[in-house]
Design a protein. Structure first.
Length: 436
């Protein structure tokens, strides 16, 4: 059984029991766009307790909001929500109370017209009280009713508007855009986790650069990523022949990332030159940004903490920002130094960032292609051989334990990767000599 079939069966069961039931929201939108819905939601006039009695396996995921999850054969599940209108949103996130109502009232409390439609899968009929079908056909994103009211209820809807317009390539309705600009500063009341989740979804989409332009245009960029504004107006290229500003360069890098793109890679691409404003200088006929990658890493770390990203995401983003220029000298780099970075688990993303950055500035891709050939032509046992000796070996040699252990092991490892030593005996001899 498919998820679509299960969602149809849920509607049929509710209707057979004398209730009204429709598919609702995103699955209806996706169907009209010819997309396969990621999941299905059902809206009904059945009360939560009635839904629970009709189905054998249910989970009360939001009884106070009239939401029950109906479980089918694993992994199938459908959320069933009672038609409702919402009370006040005192926290700018969730309604303080809900009142059960009819389908039309339920549609009018939703966020955007494209998400406010219903579909009867038994009759094959669209139920559209808000003009969502016409807005999809004219490629327009429009808030339902008063945009100010919708965004006052839930401030995160402002970011959702950016993501929806980006994902479905829609133009923002003027009244909706005006309301977002007027309220953009209030996005800070939304939790960092919810903001980060919207950024994750936005930045992995192929039209991510358009999404960031829209965030800037709607004045959401400053409240969320004020550091990004420092890139605006900073010249790219030589002083005598500037090629635009840094913000435009960064957007071009985002646009040139090749799919698929992870969130850490996309976010690192957005932040890779974030340190340039704070390191900007001029030497003769050139701009200089000495150490901007290290400043950028520190700034990225502060941003990542503010957004409460996971430790894994933070480590990868900061590494990519710090190393975004590192491979430019790959063709003349010491073999040991090159091997150390090529065996990093993030090397694929780093090469993707280097490629997009070079293409955005019109520079050759020789260093990227060199690294790719090196990885392809070098056996794993040569690229990352097991260490020849360990700290236990140093103890056996009678070398006193202490900070010197790391220096000795690092020196031996570098010689091994360089190819100047290749046996355990050579490593032990080198360690003894290094410790004297």
């Amino acid at each position: 059984m498919t998820e679509r079939e299960f969602a149809t069966d849920v509607v049929r069961c509710l209707v057979d029991a004398g209730h009204t039931a429709y598919w609702a929201g995103g699955c209806v939108r996706d169907q009209l766009l010819g997309l396969d819905p990621a999941d299905y939601d059902v809206a009904t006039n059945a009360r939560p307790e009635q839904v629970q009695t009709l189905f054998r396996r249910t989970v009360a995921v939001g009884l106070s909001f009239g939401v029950v999850e109906v479980l089918g054969p694993r992994p199938l599940k459908v959320q069933v929500a009672t038609f409702r209108s919402d009370g006040e949103y005192s926290d700018g996130r969730r309604p303080d109370s809900v009142t059960y109502c009819d389908p039309r009232e339920d549609a009018l409390r939703r966020d955007f017209t494209i998400n406010g439609m219903f579909f009867d899968p038994l009759a094959g009929q669209l139920i559209d009280y808000v003009g969502g079908q016409e807005d999809l056909q004219t490629k327009r994103l429009r808030a339902i009713g008063s945009p100010l009211d919708r965004f006052t209820e839930d401030k995160l809807r402002m970011l959702r508007a950016v993501r929806m317009a980006t994902r479905f390539d829609l133009e923002m309705d003027e009244a909706t855009a005006i309301a977002i600009r007027a309220m953009a500063g209030q996005i800070s009341v939304v939790s960092a986790e919810r903001i980060a989740e919207e950024l994750r979804k936005l930045l992995v989409h192929p039209r991510r650069a358009r999404g960031m332009r829209l965030m800037d245009d709607l004045q959401l960029l400053g409240p969320i990523l004020p550091e990004a504004l420092e890139m605006k107006g900073l010249p790219q290229g030589p002083p005598a022949a500037p090629t635009g500003d840094l913000w435009e360069h960064v957007l071009q890098v985002l646009d040139l990332l090749e799919q698929p793109v992870s969130f850490p890679l996309a976010f690192a691409a957005l932040l890779h030159d974030i340190g340039k404003r704070r390191t900007a200088g001029r030497v003769g006929d050139k701009f200089s940004f000495h150490g901007h990658e290290h400043v950028g890493k520190r700034m990225a770390a502060e941003i990542n903490l503010r957004l409460k990203l996971s430790n894994i995401e933070r480590a990868r983003i900061e590494w990519l920002v710090e190393k975004h220029q590192y491979l430019c000298d790959a063709e003349v780099m010491r073999v040991s130094r090159l091997k150390k970075i090529l065996i990093h688990p993030g090397i694929g993303e780093l090469l993707a960032l280097h490629r997009a950055d070079s293409r955005a500035t019109g520079k050759p891709l020789g260093h990227v292609e060199f690294c790719e050939r090196f990885l392809c032509d070098t056996p794993a046992g040569v690229l990352n051989p097991p260490p020849l000796i360990t700290g236990d070996d140093l103890t056996t040699l009678g070398i006193p334990a202490g900070p010197a252990y790391k220096n000795i092991l690092d020196a031996v490892r570098e010689a091994q990767l360089e190819g100047t030593i290749g046996t355990r005996e050579e490593a032990l001899t080198m360690a003894l000599g290094y410790s004297v």
